[in-house]
Write a protein that binds this ligand. Structure first.
Ligand code: ARG
Length: 587
């Protein structure tokens, strides 16, 4: 709970105790009628029911039993609300409290957790495309919030580097003569570039239905998983080229990882982990593969068939999780289960949070259950799947190029940077590529995060890049404006001593911003933080229009306004920081 609410809560609690009411019934919210009050307490209705009284009388009783505090005034409004308004003394108290603490005085959690966050998840050998944008953006923001609240959090990129794409790519490159160094003892060092991988992987992927080639790719994949030569060394080189590129794009998006592990990190322990299932009698053979049932009651019920030829369908399908392929190869779920095993052995996190797209729901349900069933994840451990929706183009369909290809991340980052550049030129800023990236990426990220994580949304870059409205650039623009005021000011700032509604509004919205951090963590979605940031920026823009800070003659008043500018800037900065969006000095 934010500090101001905590203080009000305490006062209400004392009144409740005096009156013999249950303090669990205290319900305190920001007022739904901001012209009337700042906060409201709706408990009168509940208490009235419990103690057979009239709600209006209860509200009056509560207010009559409130201990005087110069920061607040309490009053009743119809039908039975207890309203709380901050006095100017109260506003100044909390504004200066936030201004004088680092972190704006954000409350830390009572019981900090050790958390591993699994996001990013780019696949080695495949080009990063738009589908890879949401996981790092959402994951990094959730991580930043969890850290700000005092948790111990580690991020792991969990690269996709143990699957069929490895065998496919190596087989294709070999056939096309690029891997003679490994396969034919040629002396010439192989020259593998990203461009080449971007051509070869799609080529191989298109051949998945060619049975011979698929068999070969399966075989190569298995050999790479077993670290057999020359397959493994050839693959290692591909991985290196690919990871370099992946790192570059994650950096451009301000995404950082504590661990650069991949699925392959568990290559050496994966068989032991599968053995746990065998030893516990949880695994059985099905069509040559090794599987483990994870369906719960009411799931995976076979539907009646008219004849043997009809495919078997299921009600509430929840197929068994695949542990080993027909050829003994390891699968996506197996690497995920083994990774939980490894994380628990080495880090013992209280929680693991995965950020992946909604199409993987079944995969996560399956392997979470398999981890619990086998005891690989202890009962006390929370396994969380943050499932995000699809980013669609302005036509409402998944974001594609005009020719129908998936859009590469590289192209999108270049495009937003270019678009930001031309916007900045209109403001008289030329050829500042780093600034253009900061603004462009902020547009992209904010445009994403302002939507509920679990919903699909439309990526409209021109709208996202607008310097007005609910966009990243608008927040940045207001931050830059404040920095320019502070730079031009000829006197030092002071503590805040407010006089106007404009100032009250800014402070109240900063309270809401800080509260939004908790809302975001409980919803595992960043939209309320984005909206609150907009409200702070907007409240400041209103103040800026109505109150002329730099030309203020009264020095005391001016210093206080500059103090509020500093506080607002810290709030905007902190909010953007949580979203891993830069705050430029100038725009
Ligand atoms: N590499 C996967 C993909 O591209 C995402 C990884 C998600 N994380 C996980 N632990 N499964 O779909």
């Amino acid at each position: 709970m934010i500090k101001v609410k905590k203080d009000i809560y305490k006062i209400l609690e004392n009144a409740f105790i005096k009156l013999g009411y249950d303090k669990e019934d205290i319900e305190l919210k920001f007022s739904a009628m901001p012209d009337l009050a700042d906060f409201q307490c709706n408990s009168s209705f509940k208490c009235a029911k419990k103690y057979a009284k009239k709600p209006f009388d209860v509200a009056n009783e509560i207010v009559d039993n409130i201990e005087q505090d110069e920061r607040f005034s309490f009053f009743v409004s119809n039908p039975a609300y207890v309203n709380i308004k901050l006095t100017d003394k109260g506003y100044n108290y909390y504004a200066n409290f936030m201004k004088n603490t680092t972190d704006l005085g954000v409350e830390k959690v009572e019981n900090p957790k050790k958390i591993i966050m699994d996001y990013g998840g780019a696949n080695v050998a495949k080009a990063l495309h738009m589908g890879h944008l949401r996981s790092p953006i959402i994951g990094q923001s959730l991580k930043n919030l969890l850290v700000l609240k005092g948790n111990e959090v580690y991020s792991d990129v969990h690269l996709g580097d143990f699957g069929l794409q490895m065998g496919l790519t190596v087989a294709q490159l070999e056939e096309d003569g690029y891997l003679d160094y490994f396969f034919k003892n040629s002396n010439e060092k192989p020259k593998l570039s990203l461009e080449l991988l971007n051509e070869e992987y799609p080529k191989a992927s298109a051949r998945k239905h060619d049975e011979d080639f698929k068999k070969k790719a399966d075989d190569y994949t298995l050999k790479i998983q077993k670290k057999m030569q020359p397959y493994y060394d050839a693959y290692k080189l591909i991985r290196e080229v690919s990871v370099k590129e992946i790192k570059k794009y994650y950096e451009l998006l301000n995404t950082k990882f504590d661990f650069w592990f991949g699925e392959s990190e568990v290559g050496d322990i994966i068989d032991d982990v599968v053995q746990i299932f065998v030893d516990k009698g949880l695994a059985y053979k099905s069509n040559g593969a090794l599987v483990c049932d994870v369906a719960e009651e009411g799931e995976h019920i076979p539907l009646p068939r008219k004849s043997e030829d009809e495919p078997q369908l299921y009600k509430n399908p929840m197929p068994p999780v695949l542990l080993k392929k027909y050829n003994g190869g390891d699968l996506y779920a197996t690497t995920d289960i083994a990774t939980v095993f490894m994380r628990n052995k080495e880090y013992k996190p209280d929680e693991i949070i995965y950020v992946a797209d909604s199409r993987q729901k079944q995969h996560f349900t399956q392997f979470f259950r398999a981890c619990k069933k086998s005891g690989i994840s202890p009962e006390s451990q929370k396994l969380t799947y943050v499932s995000f929706g699809t980013m669609n183009g302005t036509d409402g369909k998944p974001f594609k190029t005009r020719s129908g290809d998936t859009v590469k991340l590289e192209d999108v980052v270049n495009l937003v940077t270019q678009k930001a550049n031309s916007k900045l030129e209109k403001n008289g800023i030329y050829n500042n590529n780093e600034l253009a990236r900061e603004v462009g990426v902020s547009a992209l990220k904010f445009g994403d995060l302002i939507n509920s994580v679990n919903k699909d949304y439309i990526c409209d870059l021109d709208k996202f890049l607008s310097f007005e409205g609910k966009t990243g650039p608008y927040i940045q623009y207001n931050g830059a404006r404040i920095q320019s005021i502070l730079e031009k000011a000829d006197i030092a700032s002071s503590q805040v001593d407010i006089q106007s509604n404009e100032e009250r509004k800014v402070i109240l919205n900063i309270f809401k911003l800080i509260e939004s951090y908790d809302i975001c963590l409980s919803e595992l979605s960043l939209n309320s933080l984005c909206l609150s940031l907009y409200d702070v920026a907007n409240a400041f823009a209103l103040l800026y229009n109505n109150i002329h800070i730099l030309s203020e003659k009264d020095e005391k008043r001016k210093a206080s306004l500059l103090g509020l500018c500093e506080l607002t800037l810290s709030a905007l900065k902190q909010g953007l920081d949580m979203l891993a969006i830069d705050m430029p000095k100038k725009m």
